[in-house]
Design a protein around this ligand. Structure first.
Ligand SMILES: C[S@@+](CC[C@H](N)C(=O)[O-])C[C@H]1O[C@@H](n2cnc3c(N)ncnc32)[C@H](O)[C@@H]1O
Length: 287
């Protein structure tokens, strides 16, 4: 019989040899294999060491093998196979109707990085481009006294967000809105979080299959990645309260962002991805 760790190591080798792409919650073959093996065996995902030497029956080992093969054959992100993704230790339901959540804004919420710009005045938060609702849920958890609106253009993503809001018993504090950008939201907001579609056209054309399995609406930001962001920055001042701030994720698009908005004074917020992926703008900066 194989042990759990042997299955994980063999799975990692398979994933590496098949050249699958990572980036949807893991960054390497070992972590991805560990996720799939532990999930299939219904073992805790956050405590591999305690189960590593456990023996696995041949029938269970076969089920693990089938899942790894499905990951390789379909090139689906693991979360679309497990129907679950974790962000800052919080589980979220996931399916192909919404992008797999992995926003670095989640770290900022957990670590209190935005708190210096917040205060007693912070009552209303908007998670614009909410996808599966993860940032809205994490914001409601981080700031127990605020009300959160969560908006998206995709009605199917909003269906997934509704599952997550209910799963975390936040229906009274998180309201889902169908909105094209800020067109149908109910400002003013004291804090707007936004992880928008920002992938530039060249990068879109080179995306691995795992990313092409996600809704294009969630990723594509036009030629320079800034299509959505241009409209957002123009409209945001009228949706922010006097001391309101916008926290915006732009991924690897800093160069395009600075070319599009050369005179904007921004505060870069450090995350585990570096100091140029998420920025903060006050209403004064925007105006
Ligand atoms: C990068 S995903 C982020 C999802 C989620 N906030 C997260 O971090 O996992 C971008 C989201 O923006 C939505 N979106 C795209 N264009 C939009 C628009 N014009 N107005 C509102 N939402 C839009 C997509 O449907 C998608 O859910």
């Amino acid at each position: 019989m194989s042990t759990v760790i042997e299955l994980i190591e063999a799975g990692a080798k398979l994933l590496d040899e098949a050249d699958v792409a990572f980036g949807h919650g893991t960054t390497n073959a070992f972590d991805e294999a560990a996720w799939l093996v532990l999930w299939r065996l219904k073992l805790p995902l956050d405590d591999m060491d305690s189960v590593a030497e456990r023996e696995v029956s041949p029938a269970d080992a076969q089920r693990v093998g089938a899942l790894l093969q499905e990951r390789i054959d379909t090139r689906m992100p693991a979360a679309y196979l497990t129907r679950e993704a974790w962000l800052q230790g919080v589980p979220f339901y996931v399916d192909e109707r919404a992008i797999v959540p992995r926003s670095f804004v989640a770290e900022l919420l957990a670590e209190g990085t935005i708190d210096p710009w917040l205060g007693d005045h912070t009552k209303r938060v908007l998670d614009l481009c909410t996808g599966n609702g993860s940032l809205a849920v994490l914001a409601a958890m981080a700031y127990p006294d605020v009300k959160v609106d969560a908006a998206d253009l995709s009605t199917t993503a909003l269906e997934v967000a509704a599952i997550n809001v209910t799963r975390h018993q936040l229906d009274k504090r998180v309201t889902l809105l169908h909105s094209d950008g800020l067109a149908s939201v109910r400002g003013p907001y004291d804090l707007i979080l936004c992880n928008p579609p920002y992938v530039n056209a060249h990068s879109m054309s080179e995306l691995p299959a795992e990313y092409r399995a996600e809704p294009e609406l969630a990723l594509a930001g036009g030629t320079d990645g800034m299509d959505f962001i241009r409209g957002l920055l123009a409209d945001a001042p009228s949706c922010l309260s006097e001391n309101g701030v916008l926290v915006l994720e732009i991924g690897n698009e800093r160069e395009h962002f600075e070319a599009a908005f050369p005179h904007l004074e921004v505060v870069w917020l450090a995350t585990s991805a570096g100091e140029d992926q998420v920025l903060l703008l006050t209403r004064d900066n925007l105006a």
